[in-house]
Write a protein that binds this ligand. Structure first.
Ligand SMILES: Nc1ncnc2c1ncn2[C@@H]1O[C@@H]2COP(=O)(O)O[C@H]2[C@H]1O
Length: 243
C-alpha cells in the first residue's frame, strides 16, 4: 500500500517511465524489423514485443485504459503463440532415413526446420531399369536426388557419364529454366527423392535462406560432376579404338 501522496507521485512517475520505455522499445523493435536487423519469425522480435507490451501494461496501472490493455494483452498472447510455434517447429521435427541421407550430403548447414520445409516438397520415387528420368533438350521439371541405384547420362545418344547414389539430377534446368543438357536413364532399379517443382519453386521464392543454401549445394555438386565427367572423358580417350 502507498502511505503518502509523495510515494504515490513517485509511483506514478515510475509507472510513466516504464510505459515510455515500453513505447521506445516498441518503436525500436519495429524499426529494427523494417531495416532487416530482426526477423519477424525469429525469437528476438516477439520477445521484445512481450517486454514492450508488459511495460505499457504496467504504466496503465496508474491510469487504466481498457482498449489499450486489450491491445497489449493481445500482443503478449500472440507473441507467446509465435514463440511456442517456433519452438515446436524446431524441436519436434522428424526425418526419414532417405531424408537424413539427403540432408547429410547436401544441406548440412540448413537448420532442421528449414530442411523440413524443403523436404515437404519431395517424395521418394522408384524407377525401373530403362526408365527415362530426363530427356535431353526438353525443359524438364525433374529435380531428383539419387538415394540408391544407378543412372546413365547421355548426350546425342553417347554415354558421357554415370551417376549413382547421393547425386542430384536436373539441377541445371531447375536453376536456369533452360533445356536439359543431357538424357538421364535408370541403368538399374533406382530410387530418388524427387522434388515437386511447383511446391519447391514457391517455397524458394518465399524463403531466401533455403534458396541460397540449395543453390550453393547445386553449385558444389555441379563442380563434382564436372570433375567426374572429365575423368570419364579421359578414361574414354585412353581406351584403344577398335580396329
Ligand atoms: N557430364 C555430366 N555428368 C553428370 N551429370 C550430368 C552431366 N551432364 C548433365 N548431367 C545431368 O543430367 C541432367 C540433365 O538435365 P539438367 O541439364 O537439368 O541437369 C543435368 C545434370 O543433372
Amino acid at each position: 500500500m502507498l502511505n503518502s501522496p509523495f510515494e504515490f507521485t513517485e509511483f506514478v512517475e515510475l509507472a510513466t517511465m516504464i510505459g515510455v520505455a515500453g513505447a521506445g522499445l516498441y518503436i525500436l523493435n519495429y524499426f529494427l524489423l523494417q531495416i532487416g536487423i530482426v526477423r519477424g519469425n525469429g525469437v528476438l522480435y516477439p520477445v521484445l514485443v512481450i517486454v514492450a507490451a508488459s511495460c505499457v501494461l504496467i504504466s496503465m496501472v496508474e491510469e487504466f485504459n481498457l482498449a489499450g490493455s486489450i491491445i497489449q494483452m493481445a500482443y503478449i498472447a500472440i507473441s507467446v503463440i509465435g514463440l511456442l510455434r517456433g519452438y515446436l517447429s524446431r524441436h519436434l521435427i522428424r526425418f526419414s532415413a532417405a531424408e537424413r541421407q539427403f540432408i547429410s550430403h547436401h544441406l548440412g548447414s540448413l537448420k532442421p526446420h528449414h530442411a523440413r520445409k524443403l523436404l515437404n516438397a519431395a517424395s521418394v520415387q522408384e524407377f525401373a531399369k530403362g526408365d527415362i528420368l530426363i530427356e535431353e533438350a526438353r525443359t524438364t521439371d525433374f529435380l531428383g536426388y539419387v538415394l540408391s541405384g544407378r543412372t546413365t547420362i547421355l548426350q546425342n545418344g553417347q554415354v558421357i557419364n554415370v551417376c549413382g547414389s547421393d547425386e542430384t539430377l536436373g539441377e541445371l534446368t531447375f536453376g536456369l529454366g533452360l533445356p536439359a543438357t543431357a538424357t538421364v536413364i535408370a541403368s538399374e532399379p533406382t530410387t530418388c527423392l524427387v522434388f515437386d517443382n511447383f511446391r519447391l519453386s514457391r517455397l524458394l521464392r518465399r524463403n531466401r535462406h533455403i534458396d541460397d543454401t540449395l543453390k550453393a549445394a547445386h553449385f558444389r555438386h555441379a563442380r563434382q560432376k564436372l570433375l567426374s565427367s572429365n575423368k570419364h572423358t579421359l578414361r574414354a580417350q585412353k581406351q584403344p579404338v577398335a580396329a
